[in-house]
Design a binder for this molecule. Structure first.
Ligand SMILES: Cc1cc2nc3c(=O)[nH]c(=O)nc-3n(C[C@H](O)[C@H](O)[C@H](O)COP(=O)(O)OP(=O)(O)OC[C@H]3O[C@@H](n4cnc5c(N)ncnc54)[C@H](O)[C@@H]3O)c2cc1C
Length: 403
C-alpha cells in the first residue's frame, strides 16, 4: 500500500486547507447567527462561500472517477484527505458541494438514474442550486433492516400513489430541498423480501407531502439541514419517477451506502483531529494546580491515546478507499464495515477527552466540541447502527474461514 499523495492531491490539500483557514473558520459564529435568524433557509453566507469554492474549482470533489463526466477526477483515496479537512467544521462539506445526503443522492442519480432524471435533478444538484433528501427510516418499524420498510407505493395508471411516514430525513426541513428519493414497497407480498422495495423521486412540493416537524439530536435541530418527520398522504407522482424500475430499491440502497459510509468516516477523522488540536492548545495554556495541564501524566496519556486512535482509523479509511478504487465497492465491503464501526466511536473517544480538558466550556456553545460529539454519536446509528455492521461483518468473516 502506498498512501503517498500525488502532487495534484498535495495541491488540493493545500488549497482546501487555505480555504478553510481564510473563509470558513473565521465565520463559524456568523454562520450560526444567520441560521438562528432563519433556521430552515440556506444562509446567505453559505451561498457566498459556495460561490467562492466553485470559482476555485473546489467543487464536487467526492464523485469518483467511475462516474465519468460528472466526476471531479479524484479517486476515493485521493478524496479522503480532503473530506477529512472539510469534516473539521460540521457545515463545511456543503461549501464544497460535498455534503450528505446530497452526495449519496447524486451518486444514485449518476449511477442508476435515466437521462431525464439526471437532467431534472442531478444537474441542479451538481451545480449546488437545489438540495435533496433520502427518505428510508420509519418511526414504526426497525428501519436498520430495510426489508421492514412499510411505506406503500401503489401503481394507479400512469402514477404511483404513496402513503406512509418517515422520520430523521436529513435535509428535508430546508426550504431549498426540492427532491426526495423515497424508499418504499411496490410489491409487499413478494416472497423474496429483497425485491419488495423500490425508490421513487418525490418533489417536495407534491401535494400530500407534509414536513411534520424537525427531529432533534440531543437537543440540536441541526438547522438549516435538519432531520424531518415527513408524512406522505396519497402523494401522486408519475410512474417515470421510479429509479431503475420496480423491485430495485434494495439494490440501489446497497449501492449507495459504500461511498456514503466511508465519506462519513473521513469527516469523523477530521472532527477528531480538530478536537485533538484544540486539546493540545488547551492543555499547554491552561494552568491547573500551579502548572500547565500538559505536565500531568494523565493528560499526556489522553493526547497520546487520541493520536494513536486517529492514525489507526485514518490508515484503515485509506486502506478501504484504496480497495474501493482498485477492486470495487463490493470487494471493499468488509473494510468499509470495519471503518464504519471504528471511526465514529474513535471520534467520540477523542472528542470526549477534549471536552474533559475544556471543563464546562467543553459542553457549551463556545467550542465546536459538544455539537461534534452529538453528530458523531448519531453516526453510530445513521447509515446503519454499529450492531448491524458487526452482525454482517462477523457473519462474512466466519463464512470466509469456515465456509
Ligand atoms: C442524525 C440522524 C440522521 C439521519 N438521517 C437519515 C436520513 O437522511 N434518511 C433516513 O432514511 N434515515 C436517516 N436516519 C435514520 C437512521 O438511518 C436509522 O436511525 C438507522 O438506520 C436505525 O434505524 P432505527 O432508528 O429504526 O433503529 P432500529 O432498526 O429500531 O434499531 C435500533 C437498535 O437495535 C439494535 N440492533 C439492530 N439490529 C441489531 C442486531 N442485528 N444485533 C444487535 N442489535 C441490533 C441497534 O442497537 C440499533 O441501534 C438518521 C438518523 C440520525 C440519528
Amino acid at each position: 500500500m502506498n498512501f503517498e499523495y500525488s502532487d495534484k492531491v498535495k495541491d488540493l490539500i493545500a488549497r482546501v486547507t487555505e480555504f478553510m483557514d481564510l473563509y470558513v473558520y473565521p465565520v463559524e459564529a456568523e454562520m450560526h447567527k444567520q441560521v438562528e435568524l432563519d433556521p430552515w433557509s440556506t444562509p446567505p453566507l453559505m451561498e457566498d462561500l459556495k460561490a467562492k469554492a466553485k470559482a476555485q474549482g473546489l467543487w464536487n470533489l467526492f464523485l469518483p472517477l467511475s462516474y465519468g463526466k460528472y466526476s471531479a477526477g479524484l479517486t476515493n483515496l485521493e478524496y479522503a484527505p480532503l473530506a477529512e479537512i472539510m469534516g473539521k467544521v460540521l457545515w463545511a462539506p456543503e461549501v464544497f458541494n460535498c455534503a450528505a445526503p446530497d452526495t449519496g443522492n447524486m451518486e444514485v442519480l449518476a449511477k442508476y438514474g435515466n437521462e431525464t432524471q439526471k437532467k431534472q435533478w442531478l444537474e441542479p444538484l451538481l451545480e449546488g442550486n437545489i438540495r435533496s433528501a433520502f427518505a428510508m427510516t420509519e418511526p414504526d418499524v426497525a428501519s436498520s433492516d430495510a426489508t421492514n420498510i412499510e411505506l406503500s407505493i401503489v401503481r394507479d395508471g400512469d402514477e404511483y400513489v404513496i402513503n406512509g411516514r418517515k422520520f430523521y430525513i436529513s435535509g428535508a426541513c430546508r426550504k431549498q430541498c426540492e427532491i426526495m428519493i423515497v424508499m418504499g414497497k411496490t410489491d409487499p407480498e413478494n416472497s423474496n423480501r429483497y425485491i419488495q422495495q423500490s425508490q421513487v423521486l418525490v418533489p417536495m412540493k407534491t401535494p400530500g407531502v407534509t414536513v411534520v416537524r424537525p427531529m432533534k439530536v440531543f437537543g440540536y435541530d441541526d438547522a438549516p439541514e435538519g432531520h424531518a418527520e415527513v408524512v406522505f398522504d396519497n402523494v401522486r407522482v408519475p410512474v417515470d419517477n421510479i429509479i431503475m424500475g420496480e423491485g430495485k430499491g434494495f439494490e440501489i440502497a446497497q449501492g449507495r451506502l459504500g461511498p456514503g459510509r466511508i465519506h462519513h468516516c473521513m469527516r469523523s477523522i477530521g472532527a477528531a483531529q480538530r478536537a485533538l488540536d484544540l486539546m493540545c492548545k488547551r492543555v499547554s495554556e491552561r494552568i491547573v494546580f500551579g502548572q500547565p495541564m500538559i505536565k500531568q501524566q494523565s493528560i499526556r496519556e489522553d493526547i497520546a491515546k487520541s493520536a494513536c486512535q486517529i492514525e489507526q482509523a485514518r490508515l484503515m479509511t485509506l486502506k478501504a478507499a484504496q480497495k474501493m478504487d482498485t477492486e470495487g465497492n463490493k470487494a471493499a465491503k468488509d473494510l468499509i464495515a470495519m471503518i464504519k464501526i471504528v471511526a465514529p466511536s474513535m471520534a467520540l473517544d477523542v472528542i470526549d477527552r477534549a471536552i474533559q480538558c475544556h471543563g464546562a466550556a467543553g459542553v457549551g456553545q463556545d467550542t465546536f466540541l459538544a455539537h461534534a460529539w452529538a453528530a458523531q454519536r448519531s453516526l453510530r446509528l445513521a447509515d446503519g447502527p454499529d450492531q448491524v455492521h458487526m452482525m454482517q461483518l462477523g457473519r462474512d468473516l466466519v463464512k470466509k474461514v469456515a465456509g
